[in-house]
Design a protein around this ligand. Structure first.
Ligand code: ASP
Length: 355
């Protein structure tokens, strides 16, 4: 039996950083140095190849243009390998995983994002385990021993692997900047846990569209048009009319994520509802996303969200803010038809929300 092939795509992040001797700041370094730090990679029963960004970045510098670059790398190599591991900083990993999930339609192979909280060169690094297990997951096939090629991949979606847990990427949120367990997926179960064995939660996985044990299925479609003309308006008690109107009237903005309280609630002040209505009448899309980590938007449950339903704010169930940002950019890049935009935003496209 031949070995599974996995392509590593190195974008940057703490995993590959070193301390600058002069300033003491952490900065990305090149991929060769990264792999030199992990001799274990040579023992892998998987055929590994790698592409590195020529200028690896801290993921806080992430841009939609880089998401497009990653998606193009996946498209170019899609038929050559069994799975992908994307090395990425943890700060914006949830945004990138969400964006890739929307951009890669009909995905039939694993795309696993991982990184670390401590650089790979540090003795207590979490990067080695994260990378090694992410590779194992990217290589895994149903009913075959680890690392063997052929058959159906166990994972056919974009995931994040971090600190012994595999998550659906577009359900995650970075909630901790200190602990090795940096991510949470409050509204969707973990897809796998790595202990002595790798235990997959099969019933929670997206199925892909490959017939069991066969090649083929629907062809991968890579969406490369993203429209970043969006804004996030986060509610807080005391938010002023000036601030709300400045965001609603910002130049070129086509859609706004309204980050509300609890199950989708916000102020009932007349000026606020009037300002939202005016924006909607002008053609701006407003998506109601909760500030809570868990639970969902239910417009009309309380009197404080009843007006939203009436004026045409779109409720977005239990989507995360990160996935909502990526979904809006994807949907606006795909169509300018208001009905179609609304339909897509209300639909579960890649397992990102419960409908
Ligand atoms: N600032 C880093 C980044 O996101 C943090 C990390 O990698 O965990 O690139």
């Amino acid at each position: 039996m031949s070995k599974s092939k996995v392509l590593l795509i190195y974008t940057g992040g703490t995993i590959g950083m070193m301390q600058d001797a002069k300033t003491g700041q952490l900065k990305p370094f090149d991929f060769k140095q990264l792999t030199d730090q992990i001799p274990e990679l040579n023992k892998f029963d998987v055929t590994l190849s790698a592409i590195s960004f020529s200028n690896p970045i801290d993921s806080s510098d992430m841009q939609p243009s880089v998401w497009i670059e990653i998606a193009k790398m996946i498209e170019k190599n899609y038929d050559k390998v069994d799975g992908f591991v994307v090395l990425h900083g943890s700060d914006t990993m949830s945004f990138t995983a969400s964006a890739l999930s929307f951009m890669l339609e009909n995905l039939n192979k694993p795309v696993i994002l991982t990184g670390s909280q401590l650089p790979i060169g540090m003795i207590r690094t979490d990067g080695k385990e994260n990378l090694i297990t992410a590779i194992e997951i990217a290589a895994a096939k149903e009913n075959l021993p680890a690392g063997k090629a052929g058959g159906k991949p166990v994972i056919s979606e974009v995931c994040i692997y971090f600190e012994y847990q595999l998550y659906r990427g577009n359900r995650t949120h970075k909630f901790n900047a200190e602990h090795f367990q940096a991510f949470q997926s409050a509204n969707y179960p973990v897809l796998a846990e790595a202990g002595v064995n790798l235990k997959y939660n099969y019933s929670a996985l997206l199925k892909g569209n490959l017939p069991a044990g066969q090649a083929g299925g629907k062809k991968l479609k890579v969406h490369k048009a993203l429209d970043a003309n969006i804004a996030v308006l986060k509610m807080f008690p005391g938010i002023t009319q000036n601030v709300v109107e400045a965001i609603l009237n910002a130049k070129n903005v086509k859609a706004i994520i309204l980050e509300t309280f609890g199950s989708g609630n916000a102020s009932t002040q007349k000026w606020f509802i009037d300002a939202l209505k005016k924006a909607i009448d002008k053609g701006i899309v407003i998506l109601n996303v909760t500030q809570c980590n868990a639970g969902k938007v239910e417009q009309g449950k309380y009197a404080t969200s009843a007006a939203f339903k009436k004026i045409g704010v779109i409720g977005s169930s239990d989507i995360t803010s990160e996935a909502a940002v990526a979904k809006l950019m994807f949907v606006l890049g795909k169509t300018s038809d208001k009905k179609e935009i609304e339909k897509l935003l209300k639909s579960d496209l890649r397992g990102e929300m419960t409908v």
